[in-house]
Design a protein around this ligand. Structure first.
Ligand code: CA
Length: 142
């Protein structure tokens, strides 16, 4: 079950994250969990903290958390970006990504989700000068 994505597809996601983070201080991560000890929402929050995502300077990290066991997707935005885009954005984004997941287009769904987050992050947290990569772009697993 770990391999809903091939290694090559993982790399495509990493590349998409790099692209989305270009010209924004915002940070995006994707985490794929095989098993969860808690409900997906709760586990996503714990993962968000465990990955250090609450430590960004502008609190503008976004996590795509996939729980394979209960076939769930949680998208979490830290308070900086959440204040800007509001609840409606997350709902709409979730809806769109899930629509692709239901057709088993996992890569496409995530690519579109990452790209949409990049647009919002660049809008609200633009940066043209030095832009440290605060969080790794690699996909994480548990
Ligand atoms: Ca990053």
């Amino acid at each position: 079950m770990k391999n809903i994505l091939t290694n090559e597809e993982n790399q495509q996601l990493v590349h998409a994250i790099q692209e989305a983070e270009h010209k924004t201080s915002g940070e995006i991560r994707v985490h794929i969990a095989r098993r969860s000890n808690h409900a997906a929402e709760e586990e996503a929050k714990l993962t968000f903290e465990r990955l250090g995502m609450t430590q960004t300077q502008e609190r503008n990290g976004i996590l795509f958390y996939l729980s394979l066991e209960d076939r769930n997707l949680v998208i979490l935005g830290d308070r900086g970006i959440h204040e800007k885009v509001g609840e409606a954005f997350w709902k709409d984004l979730h809806h769109e990504v899930i629509r692709h997941f239901k057709e088993k287009h996992f890569l496409l769904g995530l690519l579109i989700g990452i790209q949409r987050c990049g647009v919002e992050l660049q809008r609200y947290f633009p940066i043209n000068k030095e832009n440290p990569d605060e969080l790794s772009n690699e996909i994480s697993f548990s």
